[in-house]
Design a protein around this ligand. Structure first.
Ligand code: DGL
Length: 276
C-alpha cells in the first residue's frame, strides 16, 4: 500500500484524546485513524516525567508496529514530556499538541499575557511556557494546574454547579493576571468549553479568547501531512479503529461524548514494555 493511504496513529492516556480525533476527522475526513487509549494506566497527568516518557514510547511503538504513517500525541501531558524523545527515537512524523496550541495563542493574544490550564504534570513541565517564549521572548505566561477537571469532565458534569465553582477557583488567579488568551491544555477541556466561557464571562472584565489545543493540533497535522505529501487521496470517509489497554466497555459508554459520533468497540491490547 502507498504510504499516503496508511492510517494516522493517535494516542492518549485514555479516552480524552478522542477530542483530537474529532478535530482531525473534521478537517481530514478521508484519513483512516488508529486510536490507542492507554486506559489501563490513565491518568498520566499525576505521574513523573520518566514514567510518562516510558508510557508514551510504548504507545507510539504500538501504533508504529500497526503500520501508521504518522503519530499524533493527543495527550497534552505526554506531548509536554515526551515529544523530543519520540521524535528522536522514531523515524516518522510525530505531531504533538503543545507547539500548535502555543502558536495559535500568540496569534490570538494582543496583550501577550497568556494563560494555560492543564494537568499538574503539564504545568510542571513548563512546556507551553517554553514553546510560547521560544517564539516570542516577551510573552507573559501564567499557568494553572486543574487536577479536578478531568474527573468532572469524565463524569459528564459539563455545566454542573460544582464544575462551575471549581472553574471559578482555577480561573480567578489567571483573570487577576489580566490574560487575554487561555490555552485549554488538556484533552478533556474542550468538553468544558461552554462552562469555561460562562465562568470567564462572569469573572473577567474583558473577553478572553479560548485556544483549543485539539483544534490547533488538527490544523498542524494537516499542514505536516501536506508538506510531506502524505495526505490520503481516498474520497471515502476514513474508518476509525480504537484500541484500549483496559475496560473496553467504559470506552464504549464514553466515546460518543468525546467524539460526537459512534465508533466501533475498541480492541483490547497489551503494550510491549520498552527498555526506557
Ligand atoms: N490526556 C491527559 C492530558 O491531556 C489528561 C488525562 C490524564 O491525566 O491522563 O493531559
Amino acid at each position: 500500500m502507498h504510504t499516503k493511504e496508511l492510517p494516522i496513529g493517535v494516542f492518549d492516556s485514555g479516552i480524552g484524546g478522542l477530542t483530537v480525533v474529532r478535530q482531525i476527522r473534521n478537517i481530514l475526513p478521508n484519513e483512516e485513524i488508529f486510536y490507542l487509549g492507554d486506559t489501563a494506566r490513565v491518568p498520566y497527568g499525576t505521574k513523573s516525567q520518566e514514567t510518562v516518557i516510558r508510557f508514551a514510547c510504548e504507545d507510539a511503538q504500538f501504533l508504529i508496529e500497526k503500520g501508521v504513517k504518522a503519530v499524533v500525541v493527543a495527550c497534552n501531558t505526554a506531548s509536554a514530556w515526551s515529544l523530543p524523545v519520540l521524535s528522536k527515537r522514531f523515524g516518522l512524523p510525530i505531531c504533538g499538541v503543545i507547539q500548535p496550541g502555543a502558536e495559535a495563542a500568540l496569534i490570538s493574544s494582543r496583550s501577550k499575557r497568556v494563560g494555560v490550564i492543564g494537568t499538574a504534570a503539564t504545568v510542571r513541565s513548563k512546556a507551553y511556557k517554553s514553546a510560547l517564549r521560544d517564539r516570542l521572548g516577551k510573552v507573559q505566561v501564567f499557568a494553572q494546574a486543574c487536577p479536578l477537571l478531568v474527573p468532572l469532565a469524565e463524569a459528564g458534569w459539563f455545566m454542573h454547579p460544582v464544575t462551575l465553582k471549581v472553574l471559578e477557583e482555577y480561573l480567578m488567579p489567571l483573570v487577576i493576571e489580566q490574560i487575554d488568551t487561555l490555552i485549554l491544555g488538556c484533552t478533556h477541556y474542550p468538553l468544558l468549553k461552554r462552562a469555561i466561557r460562562k465562568v470567564l464571562k462572569q469573572i473577567a472584565p474583558h473577553p478572553i479568547q479560548l485556544i483549543d489545543s485539539a483544534e490547533s493540533c488538527a490544523v498542524h497535522v494537516r499542514r505536516r501531512l501536506t508538506e510531506l505529501d502524505l495526505l490520503s487521496t481516498s474520497s471515502a470517509i476514513g474508518p476509525i479503529h480504537p484500541f484500549v489497554t483496559d475496560e473496553p466497555s467504559r470506552f464504549c459508554r464514553m466515546s460518543r461524548q468525546f467524539l460526537g459520533f459512534p465508533v466501533p468497540a475498541p480492541e483490547l491490547v497489551q503494550l510491549k514494555e520498552s527498555r526506557g
